[in-house]
Design a binder for this molecule. Structure first.
Ligand SMILES: [Zn+2]
Length: 147
């Protein structure tokens, strides 16, 4: 069983168990994975990215504070910050897909040249990475980033 951290098109985060990653993809395609908050079937795995240090826009600030402000201007500000972070990561990092945890470890243990990556990780993998001292955070996907 794999626990995935998922997001719906309305930015609701939730977790769900699947027998395997292929089972998740099959259920996602048929619309059987729905958001418990709004019922949307437009859900996707949270994309994870390692903290890139000082040059990552706002990443450090965000992981220190868990609370998210949901009101007016702050939300617009937050979204613009998220957009910058998202663009920054995509412009400067390699997409490694489901091999994210493996690649993040290689970088952490200096088995490969340090480089920015982003990709998919299960909640279990994220927990393991954090226990190993590898700081990762979800990369926000904004609704208009999706086709
Ligand atoms: Zn939702």
């Amino acid at each position: 069983m794999i626990l995935y951290t998922l997001n719906c098109e309305n930015d609701h985060g939730f977790e769900a168990w699947f027998p395997s990653s292929s089972a998740f993809e099959a259920q996602q395609k048929t619309g059987d994975v729905t958001c418990p908050v709004c019922g949307s079937a437009n859900v996707h795995k949270q994309i994870m990215a390692p903290s890139l240090g000082a040059e990552s826009v706002g990443a450090g600030k965000k992981s220190e504070k868990q609370s998210v402000v949901h009101t007016g201007e702050n939300q617009a500000e937050m979204r613009s910050m998220m957009r910058q972070l998202s663009e920054h990561v995509k412009n400067n990092a390699d997409y490694v897909g489901p091999k994210f945890a493996e690649e993040a470890r290689k970088i952490h243990y200096e088995e490969v040249e340090p480089h920015g990556i982003y990709g998919e990780a299960s909640a279990d993998e994220v927990t393991d990475l954090k226990e190993e001292g590898i700081d990762v955070h979800p990369l926000p996907i904004l609704p208009d980033d999706q086709n």
